[in-house]
Design a protein around this ligand. Sequence first.
Ligand code: NSP
Length: 237
Amino acid sequence: MSLSQDILFEAQPYLIANEKHPFVQGIITGKLTPEQLSYYDEQDIAFEYNEVGVINALINYSTNTNQALLFHKRQDLQLHMLHDWLAREPESMPHNWQTLKQTTIQPINQMYRQHMVATIQTHSVLQILPSFAAGEWMYIELGKWMRNQTRVQEQPFKDFLNIGGGDFEGPNGYIQKFFDIIDHEAESATKREQEQAKQTFLKSCLLEWYFWDAAYKQITWNDWKDIALNGKDNAML
Ligand SMILES: Cc1ncc(CN)c(N)n1
């Protein structure tokens, strides 16, 4: 079994848990509040900017030119996507470059971002790529799964997780190419390094669940502070 097959086998329960999360269910039923959507939107756009740094590291530490070109192409897509996202600015959730830079990165987002960024110091594509590829894989799989659900056909729910299509899916899509790279790099890695890469992927999958959860409950540092300093009920966390 290749490393990517092993990873994907172990990641299945995480995918199912993400499918069941009330935020994801709320996308299908259109039952998320503007506040929940706005929290997600703001935190996620900041998360995607963090991914820019991770993809830069992948370009840097590529082990051959084809890898570097692939990551460079994915970076181009990322920056264009972010450009379009910023330009959309729906009334209910205005954002622009300035306000984004001032956005407070809330607890789970911070943990997830740092989990990803921490892999950069390994200088190893095998360790960095799974931290990023897991989120990409999760969104693609959730998008595929959603196509089989009867989902609300209104914006913004209609296009949520609707990221499938040629660029990402199929034998020539990014995600398959990322798994091919993981398997290629695994060939020259130790068992311990392979296991580390797998655990990084799975931790990203887990943090995906917590990212939905944080948006569903709109968890902020103030909530953390209230619980720690004022003894507020911590059932929500
Ligand atoms: C939390 C999260 N994970 C993954 C993705 C897809 N890059 C995202 N937009 N947000």
